[in-house]
Design a protein around this ligand. Structure first.
Ligand code: BG6
Ligand code: MG
Length: 221
């Protein structure tokens, strides 16, 4: 059974995933690089610098200087931060806050697990930091998804063994990270976009919490 639920942030709790993508699109446009929707989906959950390196690789620019990489990563972050300043409750995914409250009423531990260094500020802007027992973000980790570090750190801080944890993820890299952590996982999105997720929900409507906590399907070993 499930004793802790770990939520990704961007695209799972708040619709900031589109602002990350917008940041990359603006960066690519400013420098004349190719950027596709497929690439945008692949970059979900991946750290800022690793995302940039993937974009550079796709554009035959793998050998650029570290100074350029740092400047471009900062440029993308400026676009993201510009877009995110205006977020409010309407950017929170419908039903997710009441779902989290219901979990807590059942004594389930809840953690936020994001690769983003901006995660604490996004939570603050929306005044939802206190909803989580633990927040693990890009400032805490050294390895980004698909590495399981962010989820393992949350489980450890909560004092819950990995196999009692359930992860909510919208990113292929995050689904893979949950699998590597030995945690159960629910994809948020479409089965087509998350082919490796054992269970996918389109939104938080009609979730049978009891069934979810009892029988969330584990990954096959
Ligand atoms: C993840 C996003 O949550 O955080 C990625 O899905 C993003 O798109 C990553 O690249 C790192 O975020 P930040 O805010 O530190 O650049
Ligand atoms: Mg995400």
């Amino acid at each position: 059974h499930i004793r802790a639920v770990l939520f990704d942030l961007d695209g799972v709790v708040v619709r900031t995933d589109r602002f990350h993508e917008l940041g990359w699109v603006r960066l690519a446009e400013a420098h004349g690089w190719d950027f596709s929707a497929e690439l945008g989906h692949r970059l979900r959950g991946i750290s800022r610098l690793e995302s940039l390196d993937i974009i550079l690789g796709e554009n035959g620019l793998a050998g650029v200087s570290d100074a350029d990489r740092t400047a471009w990563a900062e440029e993308k972050n400026a676009y993201y931060r510009e877009a995110v300043q205006g977020i409010d409750e309407t950017d929170v995914l419908p039903g997710v806050l009441s779902f989290i409250r219901e979990l807590r009423e059942r004594d389930i531990k809840v953690a936020l697990c994001s690769a983003s260094k901006n995660a604490p500020e996004v939570l603050q802007l929306l005044k939802i930091t206190d909803l989580f027992d633990e927040v693990v973000c890009g400032l805490d980790i050294t390895r980004s998804k698909p590495d399981p570090q962010v989820f393992e750190m949350a489980a450890e801080r909560l004092g819950v063994p990995n196999f009692h944890c359930l992860v909510f993820e919208d990113a292929p890299s995050g689904v893979e990270a949950a699998r590597r952590a030995g945690m159960k996982c629910v994809g948020v999105g479409t089965a087509e976009g998350l082919p490796e997720a054992p269970v996918v929900i389109p939104n938080y409507a009609n979730i049978d919490i009891e069934a979810l906590l009892d029988s969330a399907r584990p990954f096959r070993p």
